[in-house]
Design a binder for this molecule. Structure first.
Ligand SMILES: [Cu+2]
Length: 323
């Protein structure tokens, strides 16, 4: 049995049911019961009948369009706008949300090839509709993630597929790297995520060879890190280790996060940071779960299909088949 394949098939099934044709006025309908998962995380166990799932209580975020009675529902929007609602357990759109990371709603989008990442903050209308200038930069198969906490509920990340019609050029995933540049900033990555355990990831920002020591708070931290898993775009919101004003966290050049990835595999990391009044995103490809005795996977060549090219790792790692 291969949990990755099973998860992937489930995600594709959702895509077929809930995929929305963005830009031509056709939107996904409300979720069918198939997408409901039980509050106790039973869905994760159902996906792993061989009993390897003891290390995971539930799915990673973003794989479900509907969870715990809440459903991500794209709605028709004028050109240039993206709009959606969160349907609540009572069938009505949710209108009350808790603030988390400075916002009531975080909307993250990325193409299925992991390009085009954007993190935006829509505006809530009184009827429960969220609207934002479209974050979808061009044609392709997109995944939209709504990261929110309904008042009285638990934090949730729901995901839905959105299609932007047009000619698409698939972008190969960049090779794993520990340094990248964005708008004249160089960001280096120290540390590697390990499946099933919390690992520190430190991102260090410099500009023109000088460390940046006056990063500006963004969403209550000196950086905001999202990771997406290649193959199914499982969504991980990675928490910073320390926040501005806590007396121990400097405003750069290094920002440390505590990451726990749900499986071995290839992930794309997206670090949002603010400096000089502007938010930039530094991106990295990383491989988690390097075999302890083997050679690290190298290169960035995507496998044509199926799970990421990783070797055997710890027993009990979710999302990983035994050969
Ligand atoms: Cu946000």
């Amino acid at each position: 049995m291969n949990t990755v394949t099973r998860l992937g098939g489930f995600a594709l099934g959702l895509a077929a049911v809930f995929g929305a044709a963005y830009g031509i006025g056709q939107v996904a309908g409300p979720a069918a019961p198939v997408a409901e998962s039980r509050h106790d995380g039973g869905a994760a166990h159902e996906a792993d009948p061989a009993g390897h799932g003891e290390a995971v209580d539930r799915f990673p975020g973003g794989l479900l369009v509907s969870d715990q009675g809440y459903t991500l529902e794209p709605v028709a929007a004028p050109a240039g706008e993206f709009a959606f609602r969160i349907g609540g357990p009572d069938g009505q759109p949710v209108t009350r949300y808790d603030v988390a990371h400075d916002k009531q709603m975080h909307l993250i989008v990325a193409r299925r090839d992991l390009s085009g990442f954007r993190h935006v903050h829509p505006d809530l209308a009184p009827d429960g509709t969220w609207r934002v200038a479209t974050p979808l930069a061009g044609p392709g198969q997109w995944r939209a993630f709504a990261d929110f906490t309904p008042t009285g509920g638990e934090p949730l990340t729901l995901g839905v597929d959105v299609t932007v019609p047009g000619a698409l050029t698939e972008r190969p995933l960049p090779s794993p790297t520990t340094s990248t540049t964005v708008d004249g900033y160089t960001v280096t990555l120290t540390g590697a995520p390990q499946p099933g355990r919390t690992s520190p990831l430190t991102l260090t920002v410099s500009r023109d060879g000088q460390p940046v020591t006056n990063l500006e708070p963004y969403l209550g931290a000196y950086g905001h890190l999202v990771a997406l898993r290649r193959g199914d775009l499982a969504y991980l919101h990675v928490h910073p280790d320390g926040v501005p004003g806590d007396g121990r966290t400097p405003p750069g050049p290094a920002v440390t996060f505590l990451a726990e990835v749900p499986s071995a595999g290839t992930y794309r990391l997206y670090l949002d940071f603010r400096h000089g009044g502007a938010v930039r995103t530094a991106e990295f490809t990383v491989v988690a779960g390097t075999p302890t005795t083997g050679t690290p996977p190298t290169g960035g060549e995507p496998t044509p299909s199926g799970p990421a090219p990783t070797g055997g790792t710890d027993h009990g790692t979710p999302g990983h088949g035994h050969n």
